[in-house]
Design a protein around this ligand. Sequence first.
Ligand SMILES: Cc1cc2nc3c(=O)[nH]c(=O)nc-3n(C[C@H](O)[C@H](O)[C@H](O)COP(=O)(O)OP(=O)(O)OC[C@H]3O[C@@H](n4cnc5c(N)ncnc54)[C@H](O)[C@@H]3O)c2cc1C
Length: 493
Amino acid sequence: MARSRDMGRATAVVSAADVGEWHGETDVIVVGFGAAGACAVLGARQAGAEVLLLERASGGGGTSANSTGEVYLGGGTPVQKACGFEDSAEEMYRYLMASCGPDPDEAKIRLYTDQSVDHFHWLVANGVRFKESFYGDGSYIPTDDCLAWSGSELNTRYAAIAKPAPRGHTAQREGIEAGGELMRALCEAAIRSGPELVTDCLVETLVQETDRSVVGVLARVDGEERFLRARGGVVLCAGGFVNNKDMVSRHAPWLNRCRLRLGVDGDDGRGIRMGQGAGGEAIRMDTACIVLPYTVPKQHCKGILVNPRGQRFVNEDAYQTVAGEIGLRTEDGQVFLLVDDEIYERPFPPVEFEAVGETIEELEREAGMPEGSLQHTVAYYNAHAEEGEDPLFHKTPEFLKPLARPPFGLLDYRVETALWSVFTMGGLHTSVEGEVLTADGDVVPGLFAAGRTTSGIAAQGYSSGLSLADATFFGRRAGLAAGSRATPASSSG
Ligand SMILES: Cc1cc2nc3c(=O)[nH]c(=O)nc-3n(C[C@H](O)[C@H](O)[C@H](O)COP(=O)(O)OP(=O)(O)OC[C@H]3O[C@@H](n4cnc5c(N)ncnc54)[C@H](O)[C@@H]3O)c2cc1C
């Protein structure tokens, strides 16, 4: 049996004709027990299917349990209403269509925004608690509060397209991190629904019929190879590929330069490669959530981000993932933040100063920037900031003030020195039902996927909470579709 030894390429399937003996059979096999997998189990069980859940680690949770537990939800959730924010499915749709591009997945965005309030209630019904409180700003909430601005909704560019509303909903926590709390609830709900769970079980590849139908998996349990048959389908929920250097080098090499990879060991792209091996197409493999961590304290957004030529390249009130994406892809990760004495506070995570001086000229010289470059940038910026304007990048007036009080400092946010973090957003192309699609747009029968194994709602311009949003929402739908395929009679209503 030929299987790929290259950790960056598609994994060859096993032909069903070569399976001597099936070691088990069920309706739906779910691969991976993170957020997408837990919700796929719940969806498949809702369809009345028998489910086998296979997880390579010793327990459930995955990267989802290590996350900050923020889910992007809107359209008028009870928390938004209780906190006094108006929102609608249409405004949320317009924001996501504008920010997740170019070429956003309109079908996924339309469905998710139309059903986001229902999804909120579904998460609550499955034990996730959201406190009716507004925290303010950010992707990380240190308290047990819920609602926060977690994207670029307030930016001039997006506010002109869609009425802004905060949509980051962080699960209420008690002691542990919110991601742990979210996954405690979802894992418990999934287990309660009654699947058979096998942990320490690495799914190695898929089993496929000659007509392309995926009919099972080859898994390794206790060192033994096991062929496991699925009557309805296999749902791949095995995370992304940030921990597979070969794959990252092939699809998005610049990501390998970020120091912090946001993923468990299981994020080695095996789910994506198995899907490719069965004929699925992987899309948007160069997209990622790239965090340039300069927004704590928030008032540092009143500073300016510059490249080694002393030039600005982004509105500094952009969400940190947007600044990260532009900073890494167009500025090669060579980024400094200019602050003055009025706005400077110790940053978190900590960073070093590249240069400190009583004048901008001194700073420019110490940092080795071309003579006059930074001075020109600051003079131009200050003159317009004085008037509450930013003709180049349209930063919101709240963050505009002349940088005029010495001493000045250039904080070193270069990708080699600061703690940039990243996880991948590209993956298998799926329909809104979670069916894996080929490059021709055909369905691979019996193969479903969700979460970071797929390309979901977010592509570029990541807003925090979108990954858990599509993992939970489309995970449930993928499970439901696979379950319905196994039990067509029970799901006909
Ligand atoms: C510190 C941090 C903070 C974050 N904060 C947020 C946030 O607030 N909001 C947000 O939306 N996103 C956040 N993210 C990103 C988010 O957590 C992930 O993108 C998301 O959890 C992915 O969910 P998933 O179900 O696709 O994958 P996972 O949760 O990683 O689950 C995949 C599971 O599949 C298993 N698996 C893999 N391969 C196999 C195999 N071959 N056989 C069997 N099992 C396998 C893995 O062991 C794992 O348990 C954060 C990430 C980190 C690390």
